[in-house]
Ligand binder design. Sequence first.
Ligand SMILES: [Zn+2]
Length: 497
Amino acid sequence: MTTETAKPYFSHRACYVNFAEHLQNAWNVNMFYPGAPNRWSLEDWRRFFEMIKAFGFNCFEYWLPPTLYDRPALAGGDIYGEFAANMRQVNDLAHELGLKTKFISPPNTIGPRWFFACPHTPEDMELIRAIWSHWTTELAGTDIMGIFPGDPGGCNRNGCTHETFVDLALELAEIAKRNSPTSRIEVGTWGTPFTGWGSDMWPVPGWDGSWEQLIDERHRTPEMPVHIWNGKLARAHAAMDYFLRRLPAFPEDTMVAINLGFSPDGDATMGGDGRAFARAIAEIRPITTWDYSLSEGELVTYPHWRLPRMAARRREERSAAPYIGGMSYTMTPRLNLLTMYAAGQLFVNPDADPDALAREFAARVFGPEHAILGELFEAFEVVQGWGHYPRRQWSREALYEKYGEIIERLEAADMSNCTLPLCVEPEAYRQDLLWFARRFHEMAGPAPDRERIRREYWDKSLHIYDVIPMSADERAEMSATRFAQILAVERLHEDVI
Ligand SMILES: [Zn+2]
């Protein structure tokens, strides 16, 4: 493997698991719902860390979700105290295995209902300070503490703008450094930039800071179709100019996460081109990318295959600015193993050939005679969603044939010869891939039973929401509906013709 032979090109290589309340599923870890499924033991964490380390990562990253970022956390105990104790163990384990740890958190998104606290309201600001101080103390020793603008998060009440976020980040960086002097700060610029702050968020007359009022459809206009991601070019310039002026005041070892472009996909379609700002920031503080949808989206969970795009992005970053690295995101750490393998390897060597990586992974996991599975899995990347830019288009007939071939090969694979350390039993991984291949095969075929598939997907992926509260954005419901509609749009189109 490349990791054993060459010095990694990027020094910061984070594997980011987003286990927030709205992204729970069978392949994610449940960190704060006792009695519900998908809890991981310390041994599960060990297997996961050994896997990502073998894949080429050197940092484990997670989101400190709003459910925990709440007033009751201040009293300790309950799920808050349990989470803190668990994360300290996980932190120690990561360090023992030679991995760094990192959390990110939007500082003003409070509680499971996603209340957006306003830094310009004294009592809200007191709450932000108290909760941030609580967690940076509880999780002291975490190598990197990320201050993240939002999504969800941000404010445009009481005169809050992108400048409010920068000023807030400066104060929170001081608090974190006081509570955990060895931790580095990372300031996220995520979005257009600093998504959710000031004019990036649509105006809500008389807004009380609640998620429900914010996303009320009546605020939708042709100019602002979504509640955030409305920052224009002039605002992006103003935001970055202000940030550049304040940046020298941040602790000297502060890192800045900035993408090549200011859209949710790192493109220059919203907010514009990030490259000149990345270069300017790099002269003051080290820069990383935080390219969220590069590896997978957020709604439907399935075995992703975005390898060529990931490779191209790493090469573009290398060419554009002196990045020290970035992160690869997943909400399915027990399913998207090929993606994690390729992501880790591409941080180590951006010149790696994505197709060769896919075949190498399949050969090591399913046996050399099934190396071709690595490229066959590209046929899964047909789900319309966040960050979906497929390399090729397929006919339904071609897909039907590919899924059939995947099924045949997976059924024949002998997993006892798997030579990669995986975070799950290789046999469980094979069974999960077979489950997806069979449903995709049916949905590419002549008469899929979509209502049955919707129910099966719910039971397979989202069963946890039968026993935990639905998230504020009700994403799980949407996910099941969308899964059952895979390849349905094209079908409709064919029917019309
Ligand atoms: Zn405000």
